[in-house]
Write a protein that binds this ligand. Structure first.
Ligand code: SF4
Length: 253
């Protein structure tokens, strides 16, 4: 609890804010002690665009002082204040799908997804093979980068836990439209080459869909899930007769 000379300086603190002329000073919100010689009085701030903010007025008094003086004054966010999100460097704000034609997005200097590759030799035969296995490129994906990608693909739309995969008759790994990746991800992933399915997308070997190359149509006609409805058959039902008055004509249909 602040010393009385500090705690009682509410009017002094309010007057300091009023003198600023930065908007109406709202309700008194209380006082907190900073140390033996300073305390902070808070008032609700009634300023457009600053919902939940508070005026904080620090008053100070020496050990033998009978009156406090205003030390500093600030507009601060309260617990429910509307505040701007924490600032993020631009390269951390980019999200998948943000890249547009013409945009340049260089990897950071220490991008953990990349490790140095090896420079080209100049021999076309050697370089053809080298490029295929990752040599000849300045950077190649690091183990961390490949594991991250594999996790995203496995847990994503074309992984084994998707609704499509759960309802599929078989898996991509056994499908004729499956084009395996090269390199260390070959065992787990490939690209779908079926234009009526996940065409051009990386799919897990455990994913699958109804357009699997081994899919066979059910024998017979009609839907495999529902009995056929014969709309050529006519069902005759008796029609309820209604009572009619004298002189009315009754239907005989
Ligand atoms: S057609 Fe279906 S099962 Fe075959 S590779 Fe493409 S997504 Fe996989």
């Amino acid at each position: 609890m602040p010393r009385p000379v500090l705690a009682d300086a509410v009017d002094l603190a309010r007057a300091a804010v009023v003198e600023l002329r930065e908007g109406r000073v709202g309700d008194y919100l209380g006082v907190t002690s900073e140390d033996d010689f300073a305390a902070t009085h808070r008032f609700a701030a009634d300023i457009a665009g600053y919902r939940g903010w508070q005026w904080a007025v620090v008053v100070a008094a020496g050990p033998d002082d009978e009156r406090a003086t205003v030390s500093e004054l600030a507009l601060l966010p309260g617990p429910d204040a509307l505040v701007a999100p924490q600032w993020l460097p631009w390269d951390q704000r980019i999200r998948p799908g943000d890249l547009s034609p013409g945009d340049l997005l260089a990897p950071t200097a220490e991008d953990p997804r990349l490790v140095p590759g090896y420079v080209a030799t100049g021999d076309p035969e050697v370089d053809d093979v080298a490029v295929t296995i990752g040599l000849g490129r300045k950077n190649v994906m690091s183990l961390e980068g490949r594991l991250d990608a594999a996790s995203r693909w496995f847990e994503g739309e074309f992984g084994p836990e998707s609704e499509m995969a759960k309802a599929a008759p078989s898996t991509c790994g056994l499908c004729g439209f499956f084009l395996p990746l090269a390199g260390s991800l070959q065992a787990g992933f490939g690209v779908c080459g079926n234009e009526l399915a996940a065409d051009g997308r990386v799919v897990s070997v455990s994913y699958g869909c109804g357009a699997h190359s081994d899919t066979t149509l059910p024998v017979g006609a009609g839907s495999p899930q529902f009995d056929a409805f014969d709309d050529g058959a006519v069902e005759l039902t008796a029609r309820a007769t209604s009572s009619v008055g004298v002189g009315d004509s009754a239907s005989t249909e």
